[in-house]
Design a protein around this ligand. Structure first.
Ligand SMILES: Nc1ncnc2c1ncn2[C@@H]1O[C@H](COP(=O)(O)OP(=O)(O)OP(=O)(O)O)[C@@H](O)[C@H]1O
Length: 247
């Protein structure tokens, strides 16, 4: 159905012993949009991402991709269904060039998927699209963190995902890099990609997200469009401060 969210969590709870890291969380992510997931440190954002990708099994609740319950599916099966992610701590091959990081992802994709791609052509296309062509032959260890963040996104795009989860992708970026990054994410969503963004850069989130979920102590404190979120007293109190902070 056209109206089915491409990604949905229903009543997801994750406990680590006696600690509830994620509490009864319902989120929906739709095609062609950027959805924000924000909240204080330790609110459960990364744990929710891990549950969506299959690295973490929920204590209860379900994860649906295209309306299909994938709660028991392995991460590689979810990847095959079009789910890709980046990590808060960069997980690139630092001794390889930027281009080779993309090629490796393309080779792995081809080994595991029926939708094979022309790895070199796709790498070149994505390097151009993400503005990395000028540093394509540099080793990742020789490029600034802000650009390495973009390499992670480009590498994730090598799997031709339909849903992209980004965990603090703007961390370490300069203001100029974040501005270009915002345009890139908006363009990718414009092409139909569903993006779910965990990010502490609130002005970025407010600028590019159509829907925002605020997590606090593992639970959804508020959800809605940016204007609603930035004026919600509970959100201001728990996380983002006054409106001047997010302008
Ligand atoms: N494997 C684990 N075992 C035990 N506790 C964990 C584990 N992973 C996360 N936690 C705890 O669960 C809570 C949620 O952590 P999580 O990393 O998901 O938060 P976050 O919102 O992503 O935080 P940040 O913004 O700092 O990245 C925290 O209290 C954390 O200490």
């Amino acid at each position: 159905m056209a109206d089915t969210p491409i990604l949905e969590t229903r009543g997801v709870t994750v406990r680590f012993g006696g600690h509830v890291a994620v509490k009864d969380v319902n989120i929906e992510v739709r095609r062609g949009t950027v959805t924000g997931l924000i909240g204080p440190n330790g609110a459960g954002k990364t744990t929710l991402f891990n549950t969506i990708t299959g690295l973490q099994r929920p204590t209860s609740g379900t994860v649906l991709l295209d309306g299909v319950d994938v709660t028991g599916s392995a991460p590689h099966n979810r990847a095959r269904m079009g789910l890709a992610r980046t990590f808060q701590r960069l997980e690139l091959f630092v001794s390889l060039s930027v281009r080779d990081n993309l090629r490796v992802a393309g080779d792995i994709h081809n080994a595991n998927s029926r939708n094979r791609i022309d790895v070199d052509a796709e790498a070149d296309r994505l390097l151009e699209l993400t503005g990395l062509t000028d540093i394509a032959d540099k080793d990742v260890s020789d490029i600034p963190t802000g650009r390495a963040r973009v390499v992670e996104v480009a590498r994730a795009l090598m799997t031709s995902p339909r849903i992209l989860l980004l965990d603090e992708p703007a961390s370490g970026q300069t203001e100029q890099e974040t501005e270009e990054f915002a345009s890139l994410l908006t363009a990718l969503a414009g092409d139909g990609l569903a993006i779910c963004l965990v990010e502490h850069d609130i002005p970025l989130v407010m600028k590019i997200c159509s829907t925002i979920y605020v997590l606090d102590y593992g639970a959804v404190l508020a959800s809605g469009v940016p204007d609603v979120i930035k004026n919600d007293p509970a959100v201001i109190n728990a996380y983002i401060g006054t409106e001047e902070d997010v302008a």
